[in-house]
Design a binder for this molecule. Sequence first.
Ligand code: GAP
Length: 517
Amino acid sequence: MAQEDVFKKLIAHCKEYGYVFPSSEIYDGLSAVYDYGQYGVELKNNIKKYWWDSMVLLHENVVGIDSAIFMHPTIWKASGHVDAFNDPLIDNKDSKKRYRADVLIEEQLAKFEDRIGKEIEKAQKRFGAAFDEQKFRETNARVLEYQQKWNELHTRFSNALNDSNLEELKQIILDYEIVCPISGTRNWTDVRQFNLMFSTEMGSTAEGALKVFLRPETAQGIFVNYLNVQKTGRMKIPFGIAQIGKAFRNEIVARQFIFRMREFEQMEMQFFVPPGTELEWFEIWKDIRMKWHRALGFGDNNYRFHEHEKLAHYANAAVDVEYRFPFGFKEVEGIHSRTDFDLSQHEKFSGKKIRYFDPEKNESYVPYVVETSIGLDRMFLQVISASFHEEEVVAANGEKDIRTVFRIPPVLAPVKLAVLPLVKKEGLPEKAREIIDNLKFDFNCQYDEKDSIGKRYRRQDAIGTPFCVTVDHQTLEDNQVTIRYRDTMEQERVPIEKVREIIAEQVSFRSLFEKLK
Ligand code: GAP
């Protein structure tokens, strides 16, 4: 099945099974805004825990905060967001649709990459085990031609971005004959800059209200609290401050489900280091973050680093962690060496000293910062895309069937365990409830007595529940239950008192954290 169709199925599945709903659906929705349902919120909370604990529990020099969404408007002037937090936009005059010029060009680059990928795939099939990809890339005429086209475009694109050359961006779009996907025409307007911040008004006085912004990143809440945390926590550099919270951007192109939203959540950590050591720490945090992603077991080849074409106004090094989504490799997380830009700017705009006194060197300085910034919603999308499977299974009566299963890692799964009485009479529901009453303090459990046992298993597979425990008549006699494993569909008879131990081992954050060592 084409990846595009798989993705559509995933979106429909998320809605059908209470993971993600379009916002304001009964009013026909609100573009690029989504609500998380009863299972979605549990998965989100588990991802947050994985991130938060891996930062704050596992690093004794990282602490957390929770700063307000509203902040003094001068913060956004100081940070550069008022002047420079822009996307280059272009309109198609025929369809009246608006696009990000850089995204249109990136899609053209991706087309060349796809063509190279297809040539490699064909050759792989033809040559089998003897295939040498490196040699093929270096010698195959078609691959070389596409690679050269990619290089030419990439160079022009990077230069245009670095010089903020909007005319050149438009010229690239014209030269590469990029058409509007809706109208199919090349009737483009000029490229213009568009600020992504939402604003609103705070208070209402006769003189007028204060214009405030909805934060476009949580990072600034950390910078303006640097001194508070450093002093009250007696933190010694190097140290980090972590935060999870909402961010808002008026995205021009909001597409691909929860990948690009106008309201989303970030998990950010700013690590304060002595000047001159930031690039070393940048490499260290790159490694730590890649390990964190890979520990979930979605396949090491599905991740890569992507160097930024254009460094943000505050950075001297930046890299994205990209994951192979059904729509291609895309950014999940950014790791940035932000220099001393933010703290210095806040010193300048606030008139307050924001320094660190280093007792060993007997000097004070503005710390440099390495940032790790991951979108919670994109991480959620990574988990569900990697976990969504449709597979052929053979039922007990020999008939073939399709099973839809969310193979979410048990540690992140919203519901850990479903307890199912074989029939809803003869004391079985009571026994099932007794098991839940005992386990609900440890795990998120669900009771289900409706429909045949087979249907109930399928329902739990679709939700992603890793364990089902079935209570039958025999249970009343021998205190044993059947535990059924989601991924293998294997079943095992175990004493009730062993259930907790079996599940606890599989859903333990500790085992996951040990992989991060
Ligand atoms: N503080 C740095 C910063 O905000 P960014 O690369 O603009 O850097 C960091 O954003 C992460 O936030 C991205 O890697 C992505 O996961 C997430 N993100 C950014 N814009 C988003 C959007 N519109 N919808 C969902 N997630 C978004």
